[in-house]
Design a protein around this ligand. Sequence first.
Ligand code: SAM
Length: 464
Amino acid sequence: MTEEQLPAAYTTAMRELLGKEADAFLESYNARRTQGLRFNTLKSLHGSGSKAAEHTVSLFGLTPVPWCPSGYYYEEPARPGRHPYHTAGLYYIQEPSAMSAAELLAPLPGETVLDLAAAPGGKTTHLAALMQGKGLLVSNEIHPERAKILAENVERLGISHALVTSSTPGELSRRFPEVFDKIMLDAPCSGEGMFRKDPSAITEWSPGHVEMCAARQWDILQDAYLMLKPGGSMVYSTCTFNASENEENMARLIETYPDMELITEKRLWPHLEKGEGHFVALLRKKAAAEAAQIRSKRSSNRGKHAPKTGSSVREAYQQFQAWASAELPGFSAHGVPVLFGESLYLLPELFSQTLHTGLLEGLKVPRAGLHAAHLKKNRIEPAHALAMALQPGQAARSYDMEADSPSIYAWLRGESLPVPPELHGWTLVTVDGLPVGWGKASSGQLKNHLPKGLRILKANIEEQ
Ligand code: SAM
């Protein structure tokens, strides 16, 4: 791409912002985009996962991303998004500069963390890994279709302590005032850092669009502020370069809310670093803040999405536990059981300890923690998410295939497989020891229970 293909108003604004450096910046549009993947340390640091990760590094000729210990660059023609390890959740395809945001927020295991604009899940899956799967992660995405993709990615990476919600920031801030130790706000933006990767972003760009994005970000920032605990911290990030959506919004935030401090703000520029570019800022809310007075009323919106509680949940949970004690001898269920229709979830314990399940009433919650099982008449069907959250060896039966075997590709296409006749019942299907889903074995056949939407290595919309 050449400078002439960029909007003139954009290049003028960048020349004003960057002065002498602008030539080098605009020149970077002639270079190829950078591509990366980030290992899912929930899987890549243990047993078969670490062997598979080592193999991935040599298979795709990966080189490290300096600002993210689990991040790597790959070069075309490598296609790690099409490999069975991707389906197994061993890694997430992510633009390298975007890996800086979760590293800056640095959530700890056991904390209560919100990712306010989370789809398709790059930052959420990174936050979940840094939290080592412990604590509570609320991953929210306003658009229901994108929230579904987010939920799929959360499941694929075997994350069991995340609640996926699909709500507006305003609705969430009414329910969760001053609840979160850490907040990630990776805001919807004008996407100037996307031009190289996705030239269609250029046609959407205009000075008016930048203004609209900055105003929308300001609205979302105020809701994020309301949800941050005094003493908590927040990362605000965008993949755009203009100052109105970045530094100017930060300046307005600390001016409007004197209990907010700007700890640092950084730019990753495509002409200075190997990445498409990002803005990241770390903010802290002072402890014992004036914010304590800005509590907004909890919503009394009660609606049709309410989880069921009471005896039906107890019965469902007992049924699941009876099934799990026979079928998953190495697995101990954590979390508070909740029932949405026929789906049994295990809600992260921290949610019910610090909040209460009533807060979920009326909220769209595509995933209320770990999806454990589907309840059928008089029987249990284990959920795909449960398979993805298991460690190898936790299931009574498993069936392993090598990553380069034709049978794993047949499996990922949704085909049933011939298996030894003595294998009978629910079987954890693995690739080089990493779970990829459930099969049900009977009479020498392993029936495929991979969810239809995940079949045949479709390139998940996960990159951002
Ligand atoms: N954090 C994501 C990741 O790492 O994969 C990328 C998030 S993307 C930059 C911004 C998200 O904000 C989009 O998924 C978009 O649907 C969502 N969004 C759009 N308008 C919004 C609004 N008014 N409030 C909250 N989120 C919004």
